[in-house]
Design a protein around this ligand. Structure first.
Ligand code: OAD
Length: 253
């Protein structure tokens, strides 16, 4: 894979790098993305229609089971070379902020520290009415189970459509976007706000914005460099090209 010297030099010179990832980075780990064809059991459901508080009110069991299915996929999945390359990137640049819209925890399992989770994590639970964090509950026949503190139904600790993002995570992400000199957008359709505006804010502040995605997105016309390809192939190749000695440092792929 060949990269512009201009991009490699910008990467080597960058002091602060911010990375935003979306479902595409986990696609090569076998986790379905949101807006591409779903396969299997849940093919008939539109994820957009299951990821809302209204859907949960209407059919809590369906939503709970959909997340249980996704959690099982995630548990069986392994981080791929894309995740691992971003973990390695933290060792090559002075400051790296990794921001993800994913709820699968694969960046953390790949060894990345300080990951900013904009949309929560499906391995954590809260209750629907009062958002009590819950890690254990009495098993009964009821699905979803109930909060041990207040008796309301449990749900995954993820952000649904129509809900606010965790304020502190969003603040940290916005600060990183505004202060970085290179912003990397990986595997996101760049359709869901406010995450989608982070690369634009970075660009406005003069950062170089690089997009990695096999397909062009709404963001593509605004980026400095668009790299067409899969994250698990492009990211390790990019690191090896920018830091040729990286190959000896155990870069994946
Ligand atoms: P989408 O499903 O909208 O987009 C996935 C993107 O990944 C697409 O642009 C694909 O072209 C790209 N892609 C696919 N395979 C790839 C690969 N191997 N390498 C790199 N890119 C690849 O997922 P998101 O942009 O993450 O929010 O969606 C954003 C948010 O919408 C999600 O966090 C979720 C969803 O509804 C909530 O649930 C709140």
């Amino acid at each position: 894979m060949k990269f512009d010297e201009f991009l490699l030099e910008a990467l080597r010179r960058a002091r602060r790098v911010a990375v935003l990832t979306g479902a595409g980075i986990s696609a090569e780990s076998g986790i379905p993305t949101f807006r591409e064809a779903q396969t299997g059991l849940w093919a008939q459901y539109d994820p957009q229609e299951l990821a809302t508080p209204q859907a949960f009110r209407r059919n809590p069991r369906l939503v709970w089971e959909w997340y249980a299915w996704r959690r099982q996929l995630v548990t069986q999945a392994e981080p791929n070379p894309g995740h691992l390359a971003l973990t390695a990137l933290a060792g090559f640049v002075p400051q790296l902020t990794l921001i993800t819209q994913n709820v699968d925890g694969l960046h953390q399992r790949a060894g990345s520290a300080g990951v900013i989770e904009l949309h929560g994590n499906l391995t954590r639970y809260i209750c629907f009415d009062r958002r009590h964090p819950v890690s254990a509950w009495a098993e009964t026949d009821e699905v979803p189970p109930r909060c041990p503190l207040c008796g309301s139904r449990l749900r995954p600790d993820v952000v649904w459509f129509g809900e606010s993002l965790p304020a502190e995570a969003l603040r940290q992400a916005a600060t990183a976007a505004r202060s970085c000199d290179l912003f990397l957008s990986v595997g996101t359709s760049a359709l869901v706000q406010p995450a989608a505006s982070l690369p634009l804010e970075a660009r406005q502040q003069g950062a170089m914005v690089v997009e990695v995605n096999p397909k062009e997105t709404l963001l593509t016309p605004y980026v400095s460099v668009y790299v067409a390809g899969r994250a698990g192939e492009v990211l390790p190749a990019l690191l090896r090209a920018a830091w040729p000695s990286a190959a000896e440092n155990g870069l994946p792929g």
